[in-house]
Design a protein around this ligand. Structure first.
Ligand code: 0WK
Ligand code: 0WK
Ligand code: BGC
Ligand code: BGC
Length: 887
């Protein structure tokens, strides 16, 4: 029975292997250590509140309690008041019919209500601690796998004990109690201690029985859906060894205890460790030594032969520092033995060995759990608290010290604190119920908050219809139109005859790019392309027009230096991703800035002239700007060079927009009526007339009001990268003010516009990203979050980005259906060239957009082709076409 550290490490390693077996769906059924998911997903965070009744059944004492949980405000921790009454649990009920056992429980409950003058009319939420292995699909359901300890009531195994309790309460009648949660005593103990110590994520019972639970990463709990966050797992480690894993540590005495127990072959580990069996083990060892004449001169009394005559309380008494020997003498005398003082020392020593083994075995198994948590969280050192309860731990003088010492010896790199659950486990059970209520109400409130973002098929169909009428209205020469439908003077997509060297300048949403493109005849010929990216500082975006174009000219100068082509006097194409009215391919009057731009003296000006003037001002190089195109047009051309079927350009980036090849006869603003022209729709403006107000949420309104162009680009503000982060931030602000997030702390960070960049959405929503990383992103933003918070933040990001993708999909469905009808086709095959960080980098955006377009335009087979080289190449192609036309 003496176990050395290397043996304990061996047992610890075996238990780790058992835990893995229990957690894995493949091997769970055969696993001895069941690793039962408890549906408890978080430890207390101080916001729990409410008044609960509680039942504590399964330990050495059956208790009925009332628990009042007061919410903590800010740093002031909340408080818990409890009233309890211990009720007898007649032995015959433990082996009688299950219904009688639960009738006794509910009658005791009713008696408690009477005694404490608790109104029988009011509906009382109840928390039920039931200290036996149960399979739980939800918090308020528990199918009893098997009894343990001294319980053997019939007709309950495999049954839902919560239902059995409800039925008993109905049978007793006269009280309105709602059983909201059932928890194992280890879980309740962890929660009880977790109320005062946020590091408490392990619950340990060393009492009549023994068991432990801990917070496991949900992604490791195969039997539960979802990978996000954590869930408390009730290990039921009492069963460790049932598959023979401990056979080389089982002694003859353990075999005797097991053989004479009322569940032979079961709870092997428990029978070596817990209070129900320690006394018996000591008795059997002493009995054997007596028979071998090693004690009491070989005299054996009937009492010593009698099972249960030495209890664990006796063992604790024998080991009492001061009176251990006296207690030993008294005990042996009571067993009709006449012990010599050596006998007493020897028997005391046997007690020590038996209880020492118990604490060592618990230490080994606990070390396995703590190591696993450390590994789960990739920590070099783990700071953690273990909440403990149980009479062996509480009543046995040396037990705690011995246990702590061995755990710390086995895990020197861990900082383990042990907290005794001073008031039993019901506080914890009430907190589980309070957490369950909090999670349930939080779930409801988050769903309510996010439901306006969840667009139905009908709503998306409406958006498609509104987009279509917006496209039609914009093509009209007269009349208001929120969708400007700007002619681009690009009449066809590339045909492969483009050749020569061109410069392309690309002023996008976030940066400026200069490119040099060299085309060789024939489509798909590989064209050589060099480019350089330059950032556009905010002060330039929102400075004067002159500064902006000087900055562009400076970048072009730097690029030509970099390419050594200062004196090349190249033809250039200018991608200008803002709405421009054009009367020819090489002029474009800026209608209005969008996205983050607000440079002065530009709106209403010809941007080509402004660029030319800036180049002239610089007087270092000369360019022949022959074309200005919108980035959607550039993207369409760039992709059409690869796929001739590409006749639509889509940008889903900082901004959002689409262009497509329209029949000239449908474009009232142009003279020509035959053939096609690419129209830059500027669909970002949909809704500027209020046509989207029925789907715009208060959060969108907030974003619009805080934007630099309120009232404008409403569709863009629901769908593009510039704004999605802000919409998310507004929702998070609202949820935090509602106390649903970040413990209600509205930090400066959360109030900072633009802090939640759209790239964070892409990162947070990536499936590969465990929640830990989400938390670190939030950390970077100065938002200290819990697991739950991160789950909600991820959900908010998902709802906002999904809506954006769906709206773009609905818009795209309108465009492709218009093209299909333009050509009088029942079925249209077409390709869309796409660019923009949101489409390219967001993990789900492109898929949701494509799916929505497919569903809303079933007669169109749309291929989405991400643009490799951006729209600059497209601009160069247009420049090539424009140049060749002039020759
Ligand atoms: C006190 C807890 C109860 C748990 C018991 C275990 O309130 O839920 O079952 O500890 O210790 P025992 O009473 O079996 O020694
Ligand atoms: C890359 C294109 C550029 C366009 C940009 C949009 O070359 O013309 O404006 O994509 O994406 P964003 O940078 O706004 O994410
Ligand atoms: C039960 C566990 C319980 C433990 C401590 C064991 O016999 O199987 O569910 O947690 O005793 O009470
Ligand atoms: C601009 C469009 C541009 C789109 C994508 C919008 O804000 O109005 O011209 O195509 O952003 O960059």
């Amino acid at each position: 029975m003496r176990l050395h550290d290397d043996q304990l490490k061996e047992i610890s390693a075996r238990f780790q292997a058992e835990m893995k077996k229990g957690l894995s769906s493949e091997s769970n059924a055969a696993a001895a250590v069941k690793m039962l998911p408890t549906r408890v997903r978080s430890t207390p965070d101080g916001t729990e509140k409410g008044q609960f009744l509680a039942l504590d059944l399964g330990g050495s004492r059956f208790k009925v309690l009332q628990v009042k949980v007061r919410e903590g405000m800010g740093i002031r921790r909340g408080g818990v008041e409890m009233e309890e009454k211990i009720y007898p649990m007649p032995k015959e009920l433990l082996i009688g019919r299950g219904t009688e056992l639960f009738d006794h429980v509910s009658e005791s409950l009713k008696d408690f209500l009477h005694e404490k003058n608790i109104s029988l009319e009011k509906k009382h939420p109840l928390a039920f601690t039931f200290s036996f292995p149960c399979e739980q699909a939800t918090l308020n359901q528990g199918f009893l796998l098997n009894w343990s300890k001294n319980y053997r009531a019939r007709g309950l195994q495999g049954k839902d004990v919560v239902q059995a309790l409800r039925e008993a309460i109905d049978r007793t009648g006269g009280m309105d109690v709602e059983v909201l949660a059932m928890v194992n005593d280890t879980v309740a103990t962890m929660m009880t201690c977790g109320f005062d110590d946020q590091y408490c994520e392990v619950g340990l019972i060393i009492g009549t029985g023994t068991n432990a639970c801990y917070m496991e990463e949900l992604r490791h709990v195969d039997l539960v859906e979802g990978d996000e966050g954590r869930m408390c797992v009730n290990t039921e480690w009492g069963a460790f060894g049932e598959d023979g894993a401990l056979n080389d540590y089982i002694t003859e005495f353990d075999r005797d205890v097991d053989a004479t127990s009322n569940n032979p072959g079961k709870q092997i580990f428990e029978k070596m460790v817990s209070g129900m069996y320690l006394g018996e083990l000591v008795r059997l060892v002493v009995l054997k030594m007596a028979k071998l004449g090693l004690l009491f001169d070989g005299h054996v009394s009937d009492a010593l032969r009698t099972k249960g005559k030495i209890t664990t309380a006796h063992v604790a008494a024998m080991e009492n520092y001061k009176d251990g020997l006296k207690n030993t003498k008294n005990l042996l005398t009571d067993l009709d033995l006449t012990p010599s003082s050596d006998d007493c020392v020897a028997v005391q020593h046997v007690s020590t060995i038996v209880s020492f083994r118990s604490s060592n075995l618990v230490a080994a198994a606990l070390a396995a759990i703590l190591s696993r948590i450390k590994q789960n969280r990739n920590l070099r050192t783990l700071r953690i608290t273990v909440g403990v309860d149980g009479t062996v731990y509480k009543k046995h003088p040396q037990y705690p010290k011995r246990l702590h010492k061995v755990v710390r010896r086995l895990l020197p790199e861990c900082h383990v604190r042990f907290v005794l659950s001073d008031s039993g486990s019901s506080k914890g059970a009430a907190l589980v119920t309070a957490v369950a209520q909090r999670l349930a109400s939080r779930r409801r409130q988050v769903d309510e908050t996010l439901s306006p973002f969840k667009l139905s098929q009908e709503q998306l169909q409406l958006v498609k219809t509104r987009m279509r009428s917006g496209l039609e209205a914009g093509l009209k020469s007269k009349g208001p139109s929120t969708i400007k439908m700007l002619p681009s003077f690009v009449y066809r997509t590339p045909d492969g005859n483009e050749h020569g060297k061109y410069l392309a300048l690309d002023l996008g949403g976030t940066n400026f790019r200069a490119l040099l493109v060299n085309f060789k005849k024939g489509l798909q010929q590989n064209s050589r392309l060099y480019h350089k990216i330059y950032t556009i500082p905010l002060e330039i975006m929102q400075g004067t027009g002159e500064e902006l174009f000087d900055h562009i000219a400076q970048c072009v100068s730097d690029f030509l230096d970099y390419m050594g082509m200062k004196n090349a006097h190249l033809p250039a194409g200018f991608t200008f991703s803002f709405p421009c009215e054009q009367t020819a391919i090489d002029t474009g009057t800026l209608v209005s800035w969008t996205k983050g731009f607000k440079a002065t003296d530009c709106e209403g000006q010809d941007v080509v002239s402004m660029l030319r003037e800036a180049i002239k001002r610089r007087n270092e190089f000369d360019l022949d700007i022959v074309a200005v195109v919108n980035d959607t047009v550039g993207t369409m051309m760039s992709c059409a060079y690869e796929d001739p079927q590409c006749e639509i350009g889509l940008i889903a980036g900082t901004g959002t927009n689409v262009c497509y090849m329209e029949q000239l006869k449908n474009i009232e603003k142009t003279q020509e009526k035959t053939g096609k022209m690419c129209i830059n729709t500027e669909w970002g403006g949909l809704g500027d007339d209020g046509s989207l107000d029925d789907i715009i949420t208060p959060y969108d309104i907030e974003v619009n009001q805080n934007s630099i162009n309120p009232g404008k680009q409403r569709f863009e503000k629901l769908t593009s990268g510039m704004y999605l982060g802000e919409v998310v931030r507004q929702v998070l602000l609202d949820l935090t003010r509602g106390g649903l997030l970040f413990r209600g702390h509205v930090t400066e960070a959360l109030k900072t516009p633009g802090i939640f960049q759209t790239k964070y959405l892409s990162q947070i929503e990536s499936d590969r990203l465990a929640l830990l990383q989400v938390r670190s992103i939030l950390q970077q933003l100065g938002l200290d979050s819990t697991c739950e918070d991160s789950i909600i933040v991820k959900e908010v990001c998902g709802a906002v980005s999904r809506r954006a993708a769906q709206l773009c999909g609905a818009g795209m469905a309108a465009v492709v259906d218009k093209i299909r009808e333009n050509r009088g086709l029942d079925h249209l095959n077409i390709t869309v060239g796409v660019d923009g960080a949101l489409y390219k980098l967001h993990p789900h955006f492109s898929g949701v957009l494509q799916e929505t377009a497919r569903v809303l335009a079933p007669q169109c087979n749309v291929t989405f082709l991400p643009s490799e080289e951006g729209s600059g190449k497209g601009a160069a192609l247009i420049t090539a076409v424009a140049t060749q036309k002039q020759e």
